[in-house]
Design a protein around this ligand. Structure first.
Ligand code: IDP
Ligand code: MG
Length: 153
């Protein structure tokens, strides 16, 4: 079963959108198996955004990610890495499709409310970066047979 790492960014927390985003995750039938608030620092952001550290916008991006605490979550579901990336939409909120989280809830390329792992391999690395194994409460919801059909889960 796949798991993916999600961060509700300061642009989500500060704008009062945490409940909306978590509600949409729940309504889709995706299971939240870990969740906590964290104040990020430069060390973890240099790791998490290693592919962007040399970009001119990195200092501004790092500052925006440290502006308030964030909410980190682990989500579980069938194909959840790609399913959730589709729900998030493309990076620039102004170009994200209506119906996606970014396309419905933000107007920015940087303050785009949410991070989600982009591959199964990166999800494993990112989950280990933000959570200790004992913080992950893996379980199967009681209504699982109404979320998936025979043999899907
Ligand atoms: P993603 O979040 O859609 O996976 P990435 O390319 O991995 O996009 O970039 C990580 C984050 O860095 C973005 O979500 C956004 O907050 C920020 N970012 C990416 N490109 C730019 C840019 O050109 N200007 C400012 N911030 C950017
Ligand atoms: Mg990315």
């Amino acid at each position: 079963m796949e798991q993916t790492l999600v961060i509700l960014k300061p642009s989500c927390v500060a704008r009062g959108l945490m409940g909306e985003v978590i509600g949409r995750i729940e309504k889709r039938g995706i299971t939240v198996i870990a969740m906590k608030m964290m104040q990020l620092d430069l060390n973890i952001l240099r790791e998490h955004y290693a592919h962007l550290v040399d970009k001119p916008f990195f200092p501004g991006l790092a500052a925006s990610m440290m502006a308030t605490p964030v909410v980190c979550m682990v989500l579980k579901g069938v194909d959840v890495v790609s399913v959730f990336r589709e729900m998030v939409g493309v990076t620039n909120g102004r170009k994200a499709a209506p119906g996606t989280l970014r396309g419905d809830l933000c107007m920015s390329n940087q303050a785009n409310i949410i991070h989600a792992s982009d591959s199964v391999e990166n999800a494993k690395i990112e989950i280990a970066r933000f959570f200790k194994p004992e913080e992950i409460c893996d379980y199967t919801p009681a209504n699982i047979s109404f979320i998936y059909g025979d043999g899907e889960y």
